[in-house]
Ligand binder design. Structure first.
Ligand code: SF4
Ligand code: SF4
Length: 309
């Protein structure tokens, strides 16, 4: 067996042992084809106040600048679809990925442990792990690695498991057998475009004005939420899953079994009044170690007030 095929088998086995739902491989190279698209998107200001997306333009296009002599970008999917999703259905809705402990930390630890075991099997090699890290074009790499296509909602859609998964990468200097991209299966569907309450998705799909997206407004935006969105928030106070909820490919989602992603039990006890009257202390208890901490108390309170008044 060729060495690059053997490496691939070792990575696939390890990823499965560490709970990843899927893994794919692409040759590390500059993403020339993304240069114009990324630069146009930024020029149109669709990144809102997420100025960090303007930075590291060269690094983002070229993984060999992040890991010298890198040969392969390994993309991994981790399922976060919850068995019980009532926290995304009430009067104060939270996006499903944020129910439990912060996935950046959870997945970084899992990836580092996995990398340690890979090195024991293969021998030492250069590698870096990334989880939702700005300098890596995660969705594009996962797409090149055959893990799905970019849907009209700008999310990666996997034909067997939909879109409720997190993306992570290992960029390494091993030459590993690569996979091939699959075709777009959105077809004539426009469900995500039609359902988006803020019209953040272009009418023809595939282009997202992040500055209008509820995920951006509730998480990334630091200033007040503009009044034009007053009646469009659909009760979301952290993130938004609407364009995933309506996507037909998510009928294939199966619940995850990662106990670190289960919600804090106190979240279940929050009444409408508790949310409106949330204090700093309650926020700290509810969201200790959670991705919701990203908004800080002030941001979450702003979001709650915006939909309540
Ligand atoms: S996450 Fe919500 S607001 Fe953002 S594009 Fe999807 S449906 Fe629209
Ligand atoms: S809802 Fe339809 S158009 Fe949107 S991403 Fe899913 S399949 Fe594609």
């Amino acid at each position: 067996m060729a060495q690059k095929t053997r490496y691939k088998e070792i990575f696939i086995d390890k990823a499965s042992q560490f709970g990843f739902a899927n893994i794919g491989f692409a040759r590390a190279r500059k993403l020339e084809e993304e240069e114009d698209r990324l630069s146009n998107w930024l020029k149109q200001g669709f990144q809102g106040s997420m100025s960090y997306l303007d930075n590291h333009f060269d690094l983002r296009l070229d993984p060999t600048k992040l890991v010298p002599d890198s040969k392969t970008v390994v993309s991994l999917l981790y399922n976060y679809y919850p068995e019980d999703d009532h926290l995304s259905n009430g009067e104060h809705k939270i996006a499903r990925y944020a129910y439990g402990r912060d996935y950046h930390k959870v997945l970084k630890t899992i990836l580092k442990n996995m990398l340690g075991e890979l090195k024991e099997l293969i021998g030492n090699f250069e590698a870096r792990c990334f989880v939702d890290s700005a300098p890596v074009m995660e969705r594009q790499w996962a797409q090149l690695a055959g893990l799905g296509w970019t849907g009209k909602n700008s999310l990666l859609i996997n034909p067997k498991m939909g879109s409720y998964f997190m993306l992570a990468e290992i960029i390494c200097d091993l030459e590993i057998e690569i996979d091939h991209a699959i075709r777009d299966h959105c077809g004539t569907c426009t469900k995500c475009i039609d359902a988006c309450p803020t019209d953040a998705i272009d009418q023809n799909g595939y282009i997202m004005d992040a500055s209008k997206c509820i995920s951006y407004l509730t998480i990334e935006r630091k200033d007040d939420i503009p009044q034009e969105f007053k009646d469009q928030m659909d009760n979301w106070i952290f993130g938004c899953d609407i364009c995933q909820e309506v996507c037909p490919w998510n009928r294939f989602s199966v619940p995850h079994d990662q106990n670190q992603f289960f919600p804090n039990e106190n979240l279940d006890k929050m009444s409408k009044r508790d949310w409106i009257e949330i204090t700093h202390e309650v926020f700290d208890t509810l969201f200790h170690g959670s991705a919701v901490k990203r908004t800080k108390y002030k941001g979450l309170k702003r979001n709650i007030d915006f939909i309540s008044t």
